[in-house]
Design a protein around this ligand. Structure first.
Ligand code: TXA
Ligand code: MG
Length: 357
């Protein structure tokens, strides 16, 4: 299949003419990748079983892993759900449009092919102007997982999508690099206690501000024990995996000196053993590794600006794939606010291989 590419140069004044063909592809059951404020999504009509099946096939994703239905306004939620719990209403008012996905009890309209067989449906209203306009023009809810091959880091540029999915989907809309760089926060409001299933840019602290106490699925905090199941089926897979073995080094307190010393020691040791070594550092620590000969050193952003770390994380992991690193050693980040989402993705990419110093 030939994959068409469309470039949106002026994101503030989007001409509908540029998106009409994409909207039509979606309505007719085809697949279109598009930018959102979190990561690029691979869109298909959420009410069309066949479109959902095509999404799973293009990504190589297991079909028990449900998709998020994207809407362009709150009114579009009602037909997709059997009820809107009070907590859900408050969160939609506070954080939509934006990087927050809500899990509701589903209505009959939403096919099981989209929800991975579940009685609930995940819904999100993105704030990205291209995504908003595309969904509105399509006139249908748009099921969209991250537009990567299953198991690869999520795409934060149209080029990442092209690298993974060219020839497998109908169209890619290039709206430039995304803003946030990590997938949306997911919160389940279908049960008695609102429960966070995936941390993101709408942080735990923000959710507690709006709702009071919220629960957190144990799958976010560490590896699952034998027989345990995460509530978001997608969290059980080794996700966001770079090709190299990734090891995280975590300090016990707030001091970063022992951490950078250990990253340096591990990198030197692996280099001596003949391995192609990568280091994930920050703008503040780059010079700590200046003498690690031969290492591929990439800053992920500034410790003073966690949003820069979130923004660069997947891009840096993909870069190490291209550079064919054998092993990567990475610094860690404090787990509050956006740091919880950053560490959740890094820990999963490292398959929870964490060295504590
Ligand atoms: O930021 C995002 O959310 C991006 C952009 C494109 O919007 N999308 C995204 O989709 O990250 P995906 O498919 O890569 O991740 C969706 C996650 C999966 O872990 C899935 O298991 C979970 O949401 N999920 C979807 N529906 C669910 C449901 N009904 N109950 C529990 N978890 C659900
Ligand atoms: Mg994904």
């Amino acid at each position: 299949m030939e994959t068409k590419k469309i470039l949106i140069e002026d994101r503030e004044h989007i001409e509908d003419a540029l998106l009409i063909e994409a909207a039509q592809i979606l309505r007719e059951g085809g697949l279109v990748a598009f930018p959102t404020e979190t990561v690029y999504g691979l869109g298909g009509n959420a009410l069309d079983e066949k479109a959902s099946e095509k999404i799973y096939a293009a990504k190589g994703r297991p079909s028990d892993n449900p998709l998020i239905a994207h809407v362009s306004c709150i009114e579009e939620v009602e037909p997709l759900v059997s009820r809107i719990p009070e907590a859900g209403r408050r969160l939609m008012e506070a954080y939509w449009p934006g990087p927050l996905t809500l899990i509701f009890p589903k209505s009959k309209q939403v096919p099981y092919a989209t929800t991975g067989g579940l009685e609930t449906v995940a819904i999100r209203m993105p704030s990205d102007p291209v995504a908003q306009r595309l969904i509105a023009l399509a006139g249908v809810p748009v099921a969209a997982p991250s537009a990567n091959t299953s198991g690869r880091p999520s795409p934060t540029t149209a080029q990442h999508v092209w690298d993974d999915l060219a020839g497998r989907i109908d169209m890619i809309i290039d709206g430039g690099p995304v803003g946030i760089g990590l997938e949306s926060t997911i919160i389940d409001v279908s049960g008695p206690v609102p429960t966070v299933l995936r941390p993101g840019a709408v942080t735990m602290e923000m959710l507690e501000d709006t709702l009071g106490k919220v629960a957190i699925d144990p799958a976010i905090l560490g590896p699952m024990a034998e027989g345990e199941r995460p509530k978001a089926p997608g969290m059980k897979y080794k996700h966001y995996a770079p090709k190299a073995d990734l090891t995280l080094v975590e300090p016990s307190g707030t001091q970063t000196d022992a951490m950078t010393a250990e990253v340096r020691r591990l990198a030197l040791e692996a280099g001596k053993a003949g391995r192609r070594v990568g280091i994930i550092c920050t703008d503040e620590s780059r010079q700590c590794y200046a003498d690690v000969a031969g290492a591929l050193i990439r800053s992920i952003g500034s410790r003073r600006e966690p949003s820069s770390v979130a923004h660069n994380l997947y891009r840096v992991l993909r870069e190490f794939d291209d550079l064919e690193a054998d092993c990567i050693f990475s610094e860690s980040f404090p787990q509050d606010h956006l740091g919880q989402a950053i560490m959740n993705r890094l820990s999963k990419a490292a398959a929870y291989h964490i060295v504590r110093v």
